[in-house]
Design a protein around this ligand. Sequence first.
Ligand SMILES: *[C@@H]1O[C@H](CO)[C@@H](O)[C@H](O)[C@H]1NC(C)=O
Ligand SMILES: *[C@@H]1O[C@H](CO)[C@@H](O)[C@H](O)[C@H]1NC(C)=O
Ligand SMILES: *[C@@H]1O[C@H](CO)[C@@H](O)[C@H](O)[C@H]1NC(C)=O
Ligand SMILES: *[C@@H]1O[C@H](CO)[C@@H](O)[C@H](O)[C@H]1NC(C)=O
Ligand SMILES: *[C@@H]1O[C@H](CO)[C@@H](O)[C@H](O)[C@H]1NC(C)=O
Ligand SMILES: *[C@@H]1O[C@H](CO)[C@@H](O)[C@H](O)[C@H]1NC(C)=O
Ligand SMILES: CC(=O)N[C@H]1CO[C@H](CO)[C@@H](O)[C@@H]1O
Length: 473
Amino acid sequence: MLPTILLLLSFEACFATTSIPQELHIGFSVSPQSSTASFQPVLGDPSGNFSLGFLRKNHNQLALAVVHVASSEPFWTSSPAPLASWADTTTLFFNGSLVLSDPKTRVSWSTSTNGGERVALLNNSNLQVQNNKETPLWESFHFPGNTLVQNQNFTADMSLVSSNGFYSLRLGEDFMGLYENHGEEQLLYWKHTALEAKAEIKQGEGPIHARVNPEGYLGMYQTSAKPVDVEKFNSFQQPYTTASFLFIRLELDGNLKGYYWDGSKWLLNYQAITETCELPRPCGSYGLCTPGGSGCSCLDNRTRFEPDGDCLGGDEVSGDLCGGVIGGNSKYWVLRRSGVEPPHKELLGHVTTSSLAECEGLCENNCSCWGALYNNGSGFCYVLDYPVQTMVGTGDGSKLGYFKVRKEERGGNRVGVRVGVVGTVLVGIVVIIGVMVWVMRRKGVEEEEGVSPGPYKNLGSASFRSIEMCNKE
Ligand SMILES: *[C@@H]1O[C@H](CO)[C@@H](O)[C@H](O)[C@H]1NC(C)=O
Ligand SMILES: *[C@@H]1O[C@H](CO)[C@@H](O)[C@H](O)[C@H]1NC(C)=O
Ligand SMILES: *[C@@H]1O[C@H](CO)[C@@H](O)[C@H](O)[C@H]1NC(C)=O
Ligand SMILES: *[C@@H]1O[C@H](CO)[C@@H](O)[C@H](O)[C@H]1NC(C)=O
Ligand SMILES: *[C@@H]1O[C@H](CO)[C@@H](O)[C@H](O)[C@H]1NC(C)=O
Ligand SMILES: *[C@@H]1O[C@H](CO)[C@@H](O)[C@H](O)[C@H]1NC(C)=O
Ligand SMILES: CC(=O)N[C@H]1CO[C@H](CO)[C@@H](O)[C@@H]1O
């Protein structure tokens, strides 16, 4: 008897979680369940293809996400807003705004819509907060992350950002471009200018927008329904395409890729960049990428390339070489290499100098410069005002590279090792102090019933970063 009841109860529980509502109304509230492995659906679309719910991240955190149910592929998430904890104190509720609230970490995300009447997920995966008007108050299609699904409009004021935050896709006046984020600066590494074969871009008629067309292309449009550009996918004008579903995603390596659904899995349909060496940093900092199969090596020929590390400097190379050092030169050492040129040089500015020495001089005397590359044939001089990433190898010995390497960051020799050990000990001490302060502050905060959110939050994230650093060591 008892087992039967239990069976019935658990059957009922299963059933309850599989009947997902298609609309959320004022007063709705739900929390993540500890038993959910990776995704807990909250709202479904009419076709059953898509679902809004809690997506588990880093074991015990979550983002709100719209996923493709059959593949669990997220098309939209509430990040880059901070992740909430996967805990029953975290709630998603609808009070006119759709709000994700985690009082424990004080993470809160909201559509900030007053007067919303319902939340609905459309059959194109667009999540909307609606009232009785035709235009929704809020829609996820206006806030893309790294993914753009078919028919989703991508406008000039949006950007698609890779989930590591390094790369972005944006529209210009008559082109779309992929950019590498260097602090404030954005370095263009791929540019596709509208061909204007079917329609022309007209001055003064507003910015262009882009959209994945279900017929199998990424189109750029201005005012007309005719595209000003058609970037074709493999599935272009294939009979299976219109019955399928397409999306593009800015991937972790900086490539823009397109996919289509064949009914059981996603197939690669498009790649903006097909040559590995044309990716923004295929071989890491101070790496050298040689087209035609020989792959990655290091600019410094005394250093061996390791696939999971950088040749020199590591990931932490940033900022500039300015300030604070007597004599100017002492902050860095110089590495020279022949047979190298900058990647995407057609997108880089250059100056023409009459000699290699003059080109190097432009960099040597400027502390915000990290390197200079000279073409002895054309006299073109490329000055790099950002930390040195992967260069491209050419067989041509008249192409010369001059690179500054920050001194403390030179690894692999005895000085480097000693600096590393001292660094580790220092990091350890900082972490211990950090944790002590954090625990003390946390106690304080708990006693005050959380009156001062600032220091608690900041300390929390700082010590979290330190712990991450230790794990890496
Ligand atoms: C909905 O909840 C949020 C978060 O608690 C709050 O800031 C907002 O004022 C509420 N809106 C309404 C209409 O009650
Ligand atoms: C999606 O919804 C729209 C409008 O609600 C409808 O016209 C269309 O046929 C639907 N598409 C699918 C694939 O269900
Ligand atoms: C995208 O833009 C086109 C043209 O402006 C419009 O007709 C269409 O409804 C928009 N699509 C969505 C999903 O908003
Ligand atoms: C490394 O580069 C230096 C300077 O370009 C050159 O003199 C040396 O022969 C190279 N060593 C090897 C092993 O290729
Ligand atoms: C140094 O380089 C930066 C970046 O390339 C440039 O903006 C600046 O004008 C240069 N300064 C001098 C003194 O040449
Ligand atoms: C650069 O060009 C000059 C003049 O053409 C030539 O004398 C010199 O050897 C070249 N240097 C290199 C490194 O190719
Ligand atoms: C993209 C996707 O998953 N589409 C599916 C939506 O649902 C219909 C009916 O079940 C499927 O045939 C599609 O493949």
